[in-house]
Design a protein around this ligand. Structure first.
Ligand code: HEC
Ligand code: HEC
Length: 374
């Protein structure tokens, strides 16, 4: 029964892909070459994605307003790693989103240009396009509180945030236009003669969409190329069974969902007294108090500390929280309230669950030189 619900749920993710790829979006045409020389047609090379094997990996939405090109992705990567984006010229996106940590930070709260700290833990960046497969009616796609509807708009938030990059967009445009290399790169990627923020956001979003992680031990196992040991196999059952860990409702059914998250907003019962009200800040709806974006369980060995406020340093602490520490009243999700006495996992169950979670670590992803500028 539940398996069915989960299947229907995941198909819910797939249908919008089909629908949107049939719909012809309004096209934003890249500016054309204005020299009058018709032999110099602007023609970037389409980027071809290698999707991981072993699952029916969902495809990116056919994005007609910002199609991926080799030139766009390369430019986006360069910008992602460039501190020119910040007012102080000391902070790049990669300062808080480091490849070795699956593009998050190992600090509880990342440091701003003058050592300022925020109140939320940085988020890992991989398989982000999965959030874009949610139905169009669901605009709470990015950030812990779902405040950003799309990648292109998200980019502007850290650039302008006073405790992050603290940059004026007009100043950034001026700096990029005066740069020795960027004008040529933007011209190649978008055919434009004058750099604007819109194209900065488009390029970075292209790079973010190709951050795909799907080469873990578990992925090899799905392809019949690796074996899970006994503990990992038992842990997979703890993860997926209603009577044990019951994690799959939010973190994805192992048979259908390769992302290990449903990308939706839930209150997993961290607190009885809520300090950060999460999605409620956006919607004002009391039912949304304490809801945060469900993170993927891939790459957990690299992404500590955990939760929106980085309160847990280890997976042992996280698993013990789910086992015995969940606040099961108030606005807490019904899937957490289902177990009024706690999960009652044995020491063996907990160790097995963690062993399984570690099979989702993707060392190829954090070491892939193509995702870095080194
Ligand atoms: C000073 C640290 C810092 C910098 C610099 C920074 N980020 Fe972030 N990023 C964060 C934090 C913290 C969050 C979570 C914030 C929240 O939810 O309120 C986040 C969230 C995100 C998310 C949402 C991920 C998701 O799954 O919803 C994306 C995408 C992102 N950042 C991209 C970028 C890009 C692109 C840049 C550069 C333009 C950048 N970040 C610069 C700290 C930073
Ligand atoms: C009701 C939905 C739901 C269920 C069921 C659930 N989780 Fe979560 N999980 C979430 C949400 C939402 C967050 C983020 C919460 C926050 O930061 O406020 C989260 C966060 C996590 C994190 C932290 C990841 C990070 O990058 O910070 C881990 C690890 C995790 N869950 C593992 C599990 C395990 C293991 C189970 C089963 C024992 C489980 N979850 C069951 C919704 C759920």
């Amino acid at each position: 029964m539940i398996r069915k619900i989960v299947t229907v749920f995941f198909i819910g993710l797939i249908i919008p892909i089909v629908i949107s790829s049939c719909r012809r979006d309004e096209q934003i045409q890249p500016a054309t070459n204005n020299t009058g020389d018709t032999t110099q047609v602007f023609k970037p090379t389409p980027y071809s994605i290698e999707y991981p094997k072993g699952y029916l990996w969902p495809r990116l939405l056919a994005n007609t307003t910002n199609p991926l090109t080799n030139e766009g992705v390369e430019l986006g990567k360069k910008l992602f790693y460039d501190a020119i984006l910040s007012a102080s010229n000391t902070i790049s996106c990669a300062t808080c989103h480091k490849q070795e940590y699956a593009f998050t930070d190992n600090r509880r709260f990342s440091l701003g240009p003058n050592g300022e700290v925020g109140t939320r833990n940085s988020m890992p960046l991989f398989n982000l396009y999965g959030s874009e497969l949610l139905p169009n009616s669901n605009t709470h796609r990015f950030m812990w509180d779902g405040s950003q509807p799309g990648l292109e708009t998200q980019v502007l938030a850290p650039i302008m945030n006073p405790i992050e990059m603290n940059q004026s967009l007009a100043e950034l445009e001026r700096e990029l236009r005066a740069h020795p290399i960027y004008p040529t790169l933007f011209k190649k990627a978008f055919g434009i003669d004058s750099i604007t923020i819109k194209y900065v956001a488009m390029a970075i979003s292209q790079f973010e969409r190709i951050l795909i992680s799907g080469q873990s031990k578990f992925d090899l196992y799905k392809q019949g190329l690796a074996q899970l040991n006994e503990s990992e196999t038992r842990g997979m059952l703890v993860f997926g069974s209603e009577e044990k860990g019951d994690c799959f409702h939010c973190h994805g059914d192992i048979h259908f969902n390769p992302f290990f998250t449903n990308y939706r907003m839930h209150n997993n019962g961290l607190d009885s007294v809520i300090k950060d009200s999460g999605l409620f800040i956006m919607t004002g709806n009391p039912a949304d108090i304490g809801k945060f974006k469900t993170p993927s369980l891939r790459n957990l060995s690299f992404t500590a500390p955990y939760m929106h406020d980085g309160r847990f340093n280890t997976l042992e602490q996280v698993v013990e929280f789910y086992n015995s520490g969940v606040y099961r009243k108030g606005y807490t999700d019904e899937f957490m309230r289902k177990h009024p006495e706690g999960l009652k996992l044995t020491e063996q169950d907990k160790a097995d669950l963690i062993a399984f979670l570690k099979t989702l670590d993707d060392y190829n992803f954090i070491n892939n030189p193509k995702l870095n500028v080194r």
